[in-house]
Design a protein around this ligand. Structure first.
Ligand SMILES: CC(C)(COP(=O)(O)OP(=O)(O)OC[C@H]1O[C@@H](n2cnc3c(N)ncnc32)[C@H](O)[C@@H]1OP(=O)(O)O)[C@@H](O)C(=O)NCCC(=O)NCCS
Length: 192
């Protein structure tokens, strides 16, 4: 049976929130609430369907790079969720590829995310700090986890700090805090 990746529709809301909550375990309700809250903001979601069931979801929401010349509109990829019973079958990889294409087609210059450098690095993302970008939570984002894909519209002056919409701060969900922050910094220490 083929995997069908399609845009999230308003009617998918409850299903998508359930998929996110299940994928993220203990933090699931919080992550789902952030995605729901982004409904009042500019966002785009994709779902993966097979056999009439939604097995995964990826969210894109608008952020900005605070460049010297002007504010640059970008996309931030979060969250990426696959139902636990279907993880490690390539669904996340398919959703990620579709999200990158959606971002590319929208004409933004850059797509950002915070996540595993192993997972995303093997799927086309590069370290954003190496292009001079600064993460939204400056002191609380392991640099190896702050990643991006740049598209055709990217120009070298578009550098600066990534700005997240207010909900990330209202929910204290930008970057990480100790002890998780220290744990990941240690895990990524060899990546510089
Ligand atoms: C992370 C996640 C989206 C990956 O999707 P998936 O469909 O399970 O993954 P795929 O089948 O496309 O890829 C499998 C790879 O993902 C890795 N992987 C699975 N879960 C992972 C995780 N939580 N962190 C990092 N890598 C993970 C596997 O080890 C495997 O690695 P390999 O390619 O080196 O063998 C999915 O496991 C998930 O929803 N996890 C819980 C929520 C989460 O952590 N989201 C990402 C937040 S940044």
């Amino acid at each position: 049976m083929t995997l069908d990746v399609r845009p999230e529709q308003p009617a998918d809301r409850e299903t998508v929130l359930r998929v996110i909550a299940a994928a993220f375990g203990d933090h699931g309700d919080e992550v789902a609430a952030i995605w729901d809250g982004l409904g009042r903001h500019k966002r785009a979601g994709l779902v993966v369907e097979q056999g009439g069931h939604v097995w995964g979801h990826v969210g894109l929401s608008r952020g900005w790079v605070d460049a010297r010349r002007e504010l640059v509109e970008v996309w931030v990829l979060s969250p990426l969720s696959v139902l636990p019973e279907r993880q490690n079958e390539g669904i996340g990889t398919a959703l990620l590829a579709a999200a990158v294409e959606t971002a590319r087609e929208s004409g933004v210059p850059v797509l950002f995310l915070e996540g595993s450098p192993h997972y995303y690095g093997a799927r086309g993302f590069e370290r954003a700090d190496r292009r001079g970008f600064l993460p939204a939570a400056l002191e609380r984002t392991p640099r190896a986890a702050f990643q991006c894909v740049v598209f055709e519209g990217y120009e070298e002056w578009m550098t600066g700090q990534l700005i997240y919409p207010a909900i990330w701060w209202e929910r204290d969900a930008a970057g990480l805090r100790d002890p998780r922050l220290a744990e990941l910094e240690e895990r990524f220490a060899d990546l510089g």
